[in-house]
Design a protein. Structure first.
Ligand code: UDP
Length: 239
């Protein structure tokens, strides 16, 4: 397979909800587990960038439905992602001795570096895991879009979309027990069938720039390593 192969530089997107273990805040047991899976791959010499969502704290769109100004609530959302980044950094460094840098799109020099693409690449080359916080720094965007944009800018070979399901199905598997999962599918077919892989902005960035996406289940132990090794797990979305 020309697309599935052992990757050397990947962008991993984690949802915030997972980090909270279903609650508001950070669940240390979950972060520890995710850090272990990332450390395993990093120790193998794979270069890893990580984007974490903020759904366990604030989603801008939800808060604005309750009357807040959308931009302000989106900034709250971005700040939430930074807390997740710091938690992951802590577990990677303290438990696993993996050098890690957090770079944020909103400057906050006391807790993280600013996002500097060339420096991020340098960190990756030195074997450091780079965690990108505060989204792209702009309201009305998402962390899916951040993962796509950062993947393109740092020349990652693939976006690994970690989910709580095994991959992309032709129908909602929670509603239709006979739904079937795609082993691979093209970006175009995802659009034509109206399937949900990432939000529209993130997805079109990937499609327009031929960035492959692997949607996979993070809850199965060792799946990050399998995806990175080019094994046949989850759904590969490609050009
Ligand atoms: N957000 C934003 N711009 C960005 C990234 C995130 O405004 O570039 C805000 C937005 O309010 C979003 C929240 O941060 O709802 C948390 O991110 P997201 O919803 O993507 O997190 P996830 O669903 O992956 O946990």
């Amino acid at each position: 397979d020309p697309v599935r192969r052992p990757f050397r530089r990947v962008m991993l997107k984690l949802g915030g909800e997972m980090f909270g273990g279903g609650q508001v805040g950070v669940d240390p047991a979950v972060v520890k587990e995710v850090a272990r899976q990332i450390a395993e791959v990093a120790a193998d010499g794979v270069q890893i960038g990580v984007v974490i969502g903020g759904g366990n704290f604030f989603r801008g769109a939800q808060l604005s439905e309750e009357g807040m100004d959308r931009s302000r609530s989106d900034y709250m959302g971005m700040l939430g992602t930074v807390m997740n980044c710091l938690a992951l950094q802590d577990f990677l460094e303290r438990e696993h001795g993996i050098d890690t840098r957090v770079q944020t799109a909103i400057t906050m020099g006391q807790v993280a570096e600013p996002y500097i693409p060339r420096r991020a690449i340098r960190h990756l080359e030195k074997g450091r895991v780079v965690i990108f916080g505060a989204g792209v720094g702009m309201p009305f965007f998402s962390t899916d879009t951040t993962a796509a944009q950062r993947a393109l800018e740092i020349h990652a070979e693939v976006v690994l979309m970690a989910k709580a399901v095994d991959g992309v199905y032709d129908r909602d598997p929670r509603v239709f027990p006979d739904a079937t999962m795609f082993a691979e599918i093209t970006h175009r077919e995802v659009l034509e069938r109206g399937l949900q892989v990432a939000d529209a902005t993130a997805f079109s960035l990937c499609m327009d720039n031929s960035m492959p996406i692997i949607v996979f289940n993070l809850l199965r132990d060792g799946n990050i390593a399998r995806a990175v090794a080019g094994e046949d797990i989850g759904t590969l979305v490609h050009t």
